[in-house]
Design a protein around this ligand. Structure first.
Ligand SMILES: Cc1ncc(COP(=O)(O)O)c(C=O)c1O
Length: 439
């Protein structure tokens, strides 16, 4: 029963995939260039989601390809514990020139999930090192996505990602999510209503006492649960409440980082600076796995005490700051800089928003949300069959040669930042046709 029609597809247990459906009707990508993938039948497929929110500069960019090739021949690996290689320092320095002022230290990981675990551990250890070891509670948010490791799913708020895996981390609470279609449906950019939802944090302080709370983690824009744009004033209020109570604010910028919202980071677009910030994906344009955590100078300084020969933070990965990843990231930063890509979403966002909102009134559409080059189109679910209608739209678009992504009954758009107007038109027209045909 679990056999696919092609036995060559049997051995691979695919992540976050309907394995049986896929293996009956595979969608195989074999090449990519610019805005397009090529599939195994030679069809060109327009990439509407930057691979998976990561290929921000488009595919097969020469500077990145060359950097990886050269690095592989020069230094394949350097141990990152008690040793290093020059590109790790060069990359950290280049990155902290782009981050919001104050986030001046970079710690490298291999994925967004690992960046999240690292940030949560930094927060806990930071409080302990400075003598407030009672601050152990972590606060996440309903409908948050912070990767798939135990810390991330504990602070995350996606039920399917949590319910199979036992009791998770203890001492975690969740703010309410900010999705409020009754008041905010079809908002262009940041919705008007909902800043007061940040006051949930005050309620948690009242319940548990601030002296037990280490950190709050949120995505500036919640991507994986269907593109939830923060209401006006919400993130600022969260920042103020954190400051009032000595709680660290962590922004998970794994999808909002590297130009997605019109500035290098969402923190800059929304004008709120966190204490810790996680990134991955666009850091290497998706070419080599890599993530990072940026920390405030004062957090780093807090760890730098005790005898100098002792390790200050007992954490790290064999592949932290891997030479290939560092080379790919440096090639990526060059590409972003040369082509002005970290602010290009700001230039394209009006055209993109208008195109997206032209789907208002199309079959099944109940809400449209956007910011920078991120878009979400929410569909009414098929009665009793959540996610099925959106998945059928995804399959129809694929047949038409366009790659989109769906999460639940929301279609998500996050195209490469090199996108041109004609690509946006094609993307939206394809979705419109698929919606029209969907049951
Ligand atoms: C906000 C956020 N955090 C963390 C992650 C996990 O990143 P990774 O899949 O690289 O572990 C993702 C992935 O989509 C994400 O969107």
């Amino acid at each position: 029963m679990s056999q696919s029609s092609d036995p060559k597809l049997d051995a691979y247990w695919m992540p976050f995939t309907a394995n049986r459906q896929f293996k009956k009707s595979p969608r195989l990508l074999t090449r990519a260039d610019g805005m397009y993938f090529t599939d195994d039948k030679g069809r060109q497929v327009l990439d509407g989601i930057a691979g998976l929110w990561c290929v921000n500069a488009g595919h097969n960019r020469p500077r990145i390809v060359e950097a990886i090739q050269k690095q592989a021949a020069e230094l394949d690996f350097a141990p990152p514990f008690q040793m290093a290689h020059p590109k790790a320092f060069e990359l950290a320095e280049r990155l902290v020139e782009l981050t919001p002022a104050g986030l001046s230290k970079a710690f490298f990981t291999n994925s967004g999930s690992e960046a999240v675990e690292t940030a949560l551990k930094m927060a806990l250890a930071y409080h302990r090192v400075r003598g407030e070891g009672s601050r152990t509670r972590l606060i996440g948010r309903e409908r948050g996505y912070h990767g798939v490791n135990f810390g991330g799913i504990s602070v995350g708020g996606m039920v399917a990602n949590r319910k199979m895996f036992g009791t998770l981390l203890s001492g975690v609470d969740h703010l309410r999510h900010t999705h409020d279609p009754a008041r905010n449906a079809y908002s262009m950019g940041q919705p008007l209503h909902g800043a007061e939802l940040a006051d949930d944090l005050e309620r948690m302080v009242a319940l548990h006492d601030a002296s037990t709370i280490a950190a709050v983690i949120v995505e500036p824009i919640a991507g994986s649960t269907g593109v939830l744009i923060p209401p006006q004033g919400y993130l600022k209020r969260l920042r103020e409440i954190c400051d009032k109570h000595g709680i660290l604010l962590i922004f998970d910028e794994v999808i909002t980082g590297f130009g997605r919202t019109g500035q290098p980071f969402g923190a800059q677009t929304f004008g709120v600076t966190p204490d810790l910030m996680t990134v991955a994906k666009g850091l290497t344009n998706g070419a080599v796995p890599m993530g990072a955590v940026f920390a405030k100078q004062s957090i780093y300084d807090t760890f730098m005490q005790g005898p100098e020969h002792l390790i200050e933070f007992f954490h790290g990965y064999t592949y932290s700051a891997h030479p290939l990843a560092c080379a790919a990231a440096l090639g990526t930063l060059d590409t972003y800089a040369e082509e002005g890509l970290l602010t290009r979403a700001g230039e394209m966002q009006t055209y993109f928003a208008e195109a997206l909102h032209s789907l208002t009134g199309a079959a099944h559409v109940i809400d449209i949300r956007n910011m920078g080059l991120v878009g979400g189109v929410e569909l009414a679910p098929l009665p009793g069959e959540p996610a099925k209608r959106a998945f059928s739209v995804f399959l129809d678009c694929w047949e038409q040669g366009v790659l989109i992504r769906t999460t639940g009954d929301t279609i998500a758009f996050s195209p490469p930042l090199i996108i041109e107007k004609q690509h946006i038109d094609r993307l939206i027209d394809t979705v419109r046709t698929a919606l029209h045909r969907a049951a």
